[in-house]
Design a protein. Structure first.
Length: 181
């Protein structure tokens, strides 16, 4: 049993190191372009600029505060894929006390649900936490994502190592009409 635990810790450490290397590679690739970025590249570049922003419920100020929903709005708006639109107030714990799929309604307004096999860089993954689907992230290169996490801020993370997300129901959405854009 102790050997299995040690092996698990070792695999987790290797996975975290690979995640860090992938993040550094993504930054290098995206900052090497001289022409304006479009589509999926624009989404990833915009998302990476939010890294380190503290978590703050209902906020959308780069470097000052953002939550996971407002991060998606800011990034996709900056990439030119969605318009500016008002977001109604939502309780910090709405996902624990309501059955209305509020987050999915917004995602369906600006994108389309896709099969897991079609997910790609710049698409969205959303997990069911509480009673509804309520936490989302932007896919960089699966299973690596950028998302706003309470207590951690906007982070680059390998979701296969995120115990709080790993076995939860999830859905995928794309802002693009075709999977190869």
């Amino acid at each position: 049993m102790a050997a299995e635990t040690a092996k698990g810790r070792e695999q987790l450490a290797v996975s975290r190191e690979q995640s860090k290397e992938n993040e550094e590679l993504a930054v290098k690739l995206l900052t090497a372009h001289c022409s304006p970025l479009t589509g999926r590249q624009a989404i990833i570049a915009a998302a990476l600029e939010w890294r380190g922003t503290p978590f703050h419920h209902e906020a959308m100020v780069k470097g000052a505060g953002v939550d996971c929903g407002m991060l998606l709005i800011a990034v996709y708006r900056e990439a030119g894929l969605i318009p500016d639109f008002p977001v109604a107030h939502y309780s910090y714990q709405w996902h624990l006390h309501r059955s209305r799929e509020l987050y999915l309604e917004y995602l369906r307004q600006f994108g389309r649900e896709i099969p897991e096999a079609e997910r790609g860089a710049g698409d969205v993954v959303i997990w069911k936490l509480g009673r509804v689907f309520s936490h989302a992230a932007i896919i960089i290169a699966w299973p690596h994502v950028i998302h706003a996490v309470n207590g951690r801020g906007v982070i680059f993370e390998n979701v296969d190592c995120a115990l709080r997300l790993r076995n939860r129901p999830r859905k995928f959405f794309s802002p693009f009409k075709g999977s190869k854009q």
